[in-house]
Design a protein around this ligand. Structure first.
Ligand code: ZN
Length: 248
């Protein structure tokens, strides 16, 4: 069973224009379609909950964390972002959606500014640029989103291991819309569609991609907490605790 937590800052979701598109909220909509997948167990978490919805116990029980944020990135405590990064380094998958490119966890994971070019209200064609990748399974060579926010290059990210989807917009811009990285033991996927007023999370191809990404990002190996501490101990401490001192 893959345990997924869908996190949303849940602020736009209270606006009429967004409620009309996503009556369940962005997190509720994503949780609803993921919840139909076999072997996937979904919970939601939002910024307005205690501990931003992500106390240690929830993070420890999460295999894949999905993140949507836009106007409240700065309200996510640095300590929480750091805990998420540590969890990813120990094996948890992380999927950043749309404006999560500027979220604290993703920027800390990738180590670059993650800035990009943008313009609202565009037509997008998404091309699959890695058809053999697990996240691309079941997807056609290209599909269109009639209304989506244009995100354009240069996208300030470290070189992805795979660019699974490349977006093209009517203005001529292109964008690395679906990117994969490995961070420690964890897998990270960023996916560009998902502006709050555009309805892309109702699109069956977008749903398929996020579902595929959940399966791809689910941990295959985990590193335990002791392992992390281990590297920070001195040789004397390790010897005193009867641990093996690694030879370099
Ligand atoms: Zn947006």
């Amino acid at each position: 069973m893959i345990r997924v937590t869908v996190w949303n800052e849940n602020i736009h979701d209270k606006e009429d224009g967004v409620r009309a598109v996503y009556p369940l909220g962005l997190h509720g909509t994503i949780a609803e379609f993921l919840g139909k997948l076999e072997g996937v167990q979904v919970r939601t978490a939002t910024l307005d909950q205690p501990d931003c919805g992500l106390p240690e116990s929830v993070l420890e029980e999460t295999d894949v964390l999905i993140w949507w944020g836009h106007v409240a990135h700065d309200r996510v405590p640095d300590e929480l972002a750091q805990r998420i990064v540590e969890r990813v380094n120990r094996g948890m998958g992380f999927i950043g959606l749309h404006s999560a490119h500027m979220s604290k966890p993703l920027r800390k994971l990738l180590g670059t500014s993650c800035t990009l070019r943008w313009r609202d209200g565009e037509f997008e064609r998404l091309w699959c640029t890695a058809p053999g990748h697990p996240i691309a399974q079941g997807l056609p060579p290209a599909f269109t989103l009639e209304q989506e926010e244009m995100y354009g290059e240069f996208f300030d990210i470290p070189q992805p291991e795979t660019v699974v989807f490349t977006g093209w917009f009517r203005g001529g811009e292109v964008f690395r819309s679906g990117c994969c990285w490995t961070c420690g033991y964890g897998r990270v996927f960023y996916f560009q569609p998902g502006h709050e007023t555009n309805g892309s999370f109702h699109n069956p191809y977008v749903q398929q991609i996020i579902g595929n990404a959940v399966r791809w990002a689910a941990p295959t190996a985990r590193r335990n907490g002791l392992d992390c501490l281990f590297a920070q101990k001195s040789a004397e401490e390790l010897t005193a605790q009867g641990e093996e001192v690694p030879a370099f």
